[in-house]
Design a protein around this ligand. Structure first.
Ligand SMILES: C[S@@+](CC[C@H](N)C(=O)[O-])C[C@H]1O[C@@H](n2cnc3c(N)ncnc32)[C@H](O)[C@@H]1O
Length: 282
């Protein structure tokens, strides 16, 4: 596969995440966990709707470093099923537009946001991060959580992000990055094989972000945070006799436990780390 060719990579990435009736499956899992699905609130979805390392905990930590304020219009690049967008709408009073390559995720994001009456603040559309369907300077801020690992063309990714932001706007990212170049174990949660995995180093990110017109204000590696999170999750699963009905294994469809185990092994071996970067559009 030509890794630089969007037409050959993006359909494979979308197929990796595609998932028939995601809303129905999540509602079933909520019911199996004892929730009354007629009385759901957004936080009930937290175990499943934030498909990045440590889920909502990580979003809260990232948000604490940002100045996203009520009424701001944010862009969520690769929004998945919309957990982080609902967090910024509810907790920060922002409007959020989410884009994602995977149509099934966009539909689930919109369905859940409607169900919670947040559709006045939230909008979603299927689109590529490499061709954002928005005017220059349309957004007051943006964030991207665990998406860059699927995108080879980071210069184009960050040039697009910069184009749609106002000068001075914050752009936060939280991606899995390379800290060593030995072979990774696959499958991992974002890719079945190396053909759709483009994990870059923090130094590469910084270089490309700066060249695209961002100032990188802060960087924080979160490997130990991630390892603790997975250790606690494993201990909880062991004492409960297996994973709970509601979790990101639903989004991963097949080999969920293997993907997580390989991710943790890659973390433990020091090959990768989830890293936050806080940037400002120049
Ligand atoms: C691991 S999930 C993270 C989803 C979400 N950010 C979250 O934290 O819950 C990665 C997401 O990136 C999306 N994605 C991958 N490549 C993309 C691209 N080129 N443009 C837009 N979305 C993309 C996938 O469809 C998937 O929803």
């Amino acid at each position: 596969m030509d890794k630089t060719n969007l037409a050959s990579v993006e359909p494979h990435v979308a197929a990796h995440y595609a998932h028939g009736d995601l809303e129905g499956e999540i509602l079933k899992a909520l019911a199996a966990s004892g929730k009354d699905i007629s009385q759901l609130v957004p936080v009930d979805l937290a175990p499943v709707d934030e498909f990045h390392t440590a889920g909502r905990l990580a979003t809260i930590d990232l948000a604490a470093q940002l100045h996203f304020a009520p009424g701001m219009h944010l862009l969520d690049i690769g929004c998945g099923i919309g957990g982080a967008s609902r967090f910024f709408a509810q907790e920060r009073g922002c409007r959020v537009t989410g884009i994602d390559l995977t149509d099934d995720y966009v539909r689930a994001a919109a369905a859940f946001s409607r169900r919670f009456g947040l559709d006045g603040q939230l909008a979603y559309r299927q689109a590529s991060a490499l061709a954002l369907p928005f005017e220059a300077g349309a957004f007051d801020g943006a964030y991207m959580l665990h998406v860059g690992m699927n995108i080879a063309d980071k210069p184009r990714l960050f040039t697009e992000a910069r184009r749609v932001l106002k000068p001075g706007a914050e752009f936060a990212l939280f991606d899995v990055m390379r800290t060593d170049w030995s072979e990774l174990r696959y499958p991992v949660p974002w890719a079945a094989t190396s053909a759709t995995s483009f994990v870059a180093s923090p130094a590469d990110y910084r270089k490309v972000l700066e060249a695209a017109g961002f100032e990188v204000l802060g960087e924080r590696g979160r490997r130990e945070f991630a390892r603790n999170f997975f250790r606690e999750m494993a201990a909880k699963n062991a004492s409960n006799g297996g994973p709970p009905p509601l979790g990101i294994h639903i989004l991963m469809k097949t080999e969920g436990q293997q993907k997580i185990a390989n991710y943790v092994a890659n973390l433990d071996a020091g090959l990768i780390a989830p890293v936050e970067m806080i940037c400002r559009a120049r």
